[in-house]
Design a protein around this ligand. Sequence first.
Ligand SMILES: Cc1cc(CN)n(C)n1
Length: 344
Amino acid sequence: DDQGEVSAVPQLFDVEYLAPVEIGTPPQTLNLNFDTGSSDLWVFSSETPERQQGGQKLFRIEDSTTARRLDNHTWTITYGDGSRSAGNVYTDTVSVGGVTVFGQAVESATSVSASFTHDAASSGLLGLAFDSINQVRPNKQKTFISNALDSLEYPVFTANLKKAEPGNYNFGFIDPTEFTGPLSFIPINATSGFWQFPASGFSISQPGNASFANSTAGMFVPIAHTAIADTGTTLLLLPAALVQAYYAQLPGAKTSASEGGWVFPCKATPPDLVLHIGTYRAVIPGELVRFAPVDTDDFETATVCYGGVQTANGLPFAIYGDVFFKAQFTVFDVEGERLGFAPK
Ligand SMILES: Cc1cc(CN)n(C)n1
């Protein structure tokens, strides 16, 4: 029974986490953005127009003896940040950390939007949400994890992302050395195609004082919301009322039209944010909220910092992105349709 592990390498200020994927015969290794918020595996390829390339490593379809065109199938996708891509469909052999799928749908980009062109490090995405939201037509295709599931020792994958250093995704097993406390599982609602779950609100705790989080002093603010677990989103996007109440505890925090979100004085230490998910208390350390310097390119000299917690503007749900996964070890239980969280 298969098990696999791939390193998840953060890009500048943890904007995204890329992991190596082997495609074709002989294998071509591309670094892809593992995205639990979408369900398409797409790559920059020999079909991507040169004017839309920006130095990415390409999947050279003609060099793979096992690539097969999926005739009359195409795809087009638009992500929450407005980025888009589209193209043709092939099947080929795909391996991630030693887990191999034969006949995986590999979506070749014949068009990508500017933000993809300008992201030289990412050769595409590997979707880890549910098959129902795959964007290939006329026949939807399965994700890598869906195709690999029966070959895995356990029908799960895990995310262990880190601040400013590589983390890892594991396939088919839960590594107990990657987390400290007990795993707390909650059921998810997969009908949306996302890893969707309810959260009941938040409390604040002073940095490094998680026990304070459960005391009465860390008052619980009952702002219930629906969330999705999305490793392809950089930040923690929460309901405006919750974000407002959190930053109210941080002197000097304000929204900035020019920066497009909440900013605060870099010298301030943000309080820990404790998200209440069922009985689980997900502590997001304040130092993860100090996401990136704004007025200079390093924390030492910057006076204004951009928040890792921002408002989920106009979205039907909150998005628990990489800031969340840097603080919480997460088990994606595909067969059980559950999420497991643990401190680390
Ligand atoms: C490319 C991309 C992926 C995601 C998250 N699913 N976003 C917001 N952008």
